[in-house]
Ligand binder design. Structure first.
Ligand code: SAH
Length: 273
């Protein structure tokens, strides 16, 4: 009889952000196929006898082909094994789970998706930024910085103006290029951004700045994510523990939105009491 494949989210890094369900399934695994972003601590929950395969993909480096992952997953399940396909964050957010689901369906292998905490949530928690805010931020756009050249970006100016916070996954190694593309999509260079690397791990780093200043910042830690939009002003760098800050936070320009200025002012006042 065929085994079953579990597409499991391992969360953003902190092993405590693994769900109880993910932990239970991992503990019962016969085989684990994991991404680069999954830490050894999390993998240590798999049984000693489980077969562990690192099938991670690194941008620009040697990596496992997607078809090889499908083949391995399906073969192991056909041997009757309980297979855990373990992915950083949530499997359905930039995790190529769509292709894996398709391959499993075609092979007629039973599977189940187990959600995980996606990285923008850990980044926002670290920076103490609410991604939505009553009256100012009413939606969250999850997008990738690996912009496909032939596909136009949405009009970001009207989105941000109407209260959308943007979570930019995979912002890319060339910040100049990222900023150029975001500006071409309509974002003003004064837009506040939080760059958070290795969110929820001991190596977490972050910087609050504006799109304009972003290319001047050298932040080597990876992986990183960008939170873009007015809600970034809600972060208070002086309240965050120092080791989470890299370099000097760059002062944000004064908020323009009247209502938000009030909120910002109140928070600052509370902080100084
Ligand atoms: N499925 C994952 C995303 C995979 S794409 C999720 O739901 O989070 C890989 C991108 O995720 C990275 O380039 C980075 O932008 C982001 N990422 C993953 N882990 C991260 C972390 N701990 N801190 C900051 N960004 C992270």
């Amino acid at each position: 009889m065929n085994g079953k494949v579990y597409l499991v989210g391992a969360g953003p890094g902190d092993p405590e952000l693994l769900t109880l369900k993910a932990l239970r399934i991992l503990r019962q695994a016969d085989a684990v196929l994991h991404d680069d972003l999954v830490s050894p601590q999390i993998l240590s929950h798999a049984p000693k006898k489980a077969r562990i395969y690192d099938v991670g993909k690194r941008c620009g480096q040697k990596s496992t082909r997607q078809e090889a992952i499908h083949f391995l997953m399906i073969e192991l399940a056909r041997q009757g094994l309980q297979v855990v396909r373990l992915k950083g964050g949530d499997p359905l957010v930039f995790g190529r789970a769509g292709e894996e689901i398709q391959a499993l369906r075609e092979a007629d292998i039973e599977f189940e998706v187990v959600p995980g905490v996606t990285s923008v949530l850990a980044a926002a928690a670290a920076a103490e930024i609410s991604l939505t805010m009553r009256a100012t931020a009413s939606s969250l756009l999850i997008m990738t910085g690996r912009f496909a050249d032939d596909r136009p970006l949405p009009d970001l100016r009207s989105l941000v103006a109407s209260g959308t916070t943007i979570a930019l996954y995979m912002p890319g190694p060339d910040a100049h290029m990222t900023v150029r593309k975001l500006a071409a999509a309509g974002l003003t260079l004064q837009t506040p951004v939080a760059l958070v690397a290795r969110a929820s791990t001991p190596g977490q780093q972050m910087i609050l700045t504006t799109l304009k200043e972003l290319p001047e910042i050298s932040m080597q830690a990876k992986p990183s994510i960008l939170i873009i939009g007015d809600v970034v002003r809600l972060s208070q760098p002086d309240r965050l523990r120092l080791e989470t800050l890299y370099g000097q936070p760059i002062p944000l320009p004064a908020p323009t939105h009247r209502k938000e200025r009030d909120v910002w002012g109140t928070l600052q006042a509370v902080n100084h009491e």
